[in-house]
Design a protein around this ligand. Structure first.
Ligand code: TMP
Length: 206
């Protein structure tokens, strides 16, 4: 694929969105034309699914949840990601398949292998060139979320054990694929995290 796909992963409250926005500015300042997208979302169908999966008033079992995330992802890949990558663009994506492996595969207990198979079907096997894992202890992520003072969405209502399983799964995914993953310490200042992220991408970008 001519373009590069960079994903940002981590627990809720790790600071992914802050890092992604800062990275876009930093890369554009270096003359790299980068497109920022988020999951679930990025295209109309996926943004609608995002509203459904996050709604605390809706009952949504683990299997339906996994399928909804996978459906949103499939549409994003087909409608936007593949055309951008084929045209040589660099894409920065806030969450991708690893989120489903960690949250639905491990967190909801559906099985990481099963969710990988589901998503291979949905994405046609598209794999990021680099994944930045913003690592934070689950209790610190939770404290940051609470500090924002916003009403928790359906996923954020899950308990501490759920987020501990998600965190462990992220660590295991990163350990299993050190070529693709770079683990960043989310406890550092935003400027330090940005510098770490740029260093973790230097071999990949012009
Ligand atoms: P966020 O983009 O605001 O972090 O919200 C997305 C929420 O959805 C977050 O709690 C993580 C969760 N999620 C999954 O459980 N599985 C997925 O595949 C994705 C993309 C997100």
């Amino acid at each position: 694929m001519p373009g590069r796909l960079i994903t940002v992963e981590g627990l809720d409250g790790a600071g992914k969105s802050t890092l992604a926005a800062a990275l876009v500015d930093a890369l554009q300042a270096r003359g790299i034309d980068v497109e920022l997208l988020r999951e679930p979302g990025g295209v109309l169908l996926a943004e609608r699914i995002r509203a459904l999966v996050k709604d605390p008033e809706l009952t949504c079992g683990p299997r339906a949840e996994a399928l909804l995330y996978a459906a949103a992802r499939a549409q994003l890949v087909e409608e936007t990601l593949l055309p951008l990558l084929r045209s040589g663009r660099t894409v920065l994506l806030d969450r991708f398949v690893d989120s489903s492996l960690a949250y639905q595969g491990a967190g909801r207990g559906l099985g990481v292998e099963e969710i990988a198979t589901l998503n291979a079907f949905g994405t046609g096997g598209l794999t990021p060139d680099r994944t930045l894992l913003l690592r934070i202890a689950p209790q610190d992520g939770r404290a940051r979320l609470d500090g924002r003072g916003e009403a928790p969405d359906r996923l954020e209502l899950a308990g501490a054990e759920f987020f501990a399983r998600v965190a462990d799964a992220y660590d295991e995914l990163a350990a299993a694929d050190p070529e693709r993953f770079r683990v960043l310490d989310a406890g550092r200042t935003p400027a330090e995290v940005l510098a770490d992220a740029l260093a973790a991408l230097h071999d990949l970008l012009p």
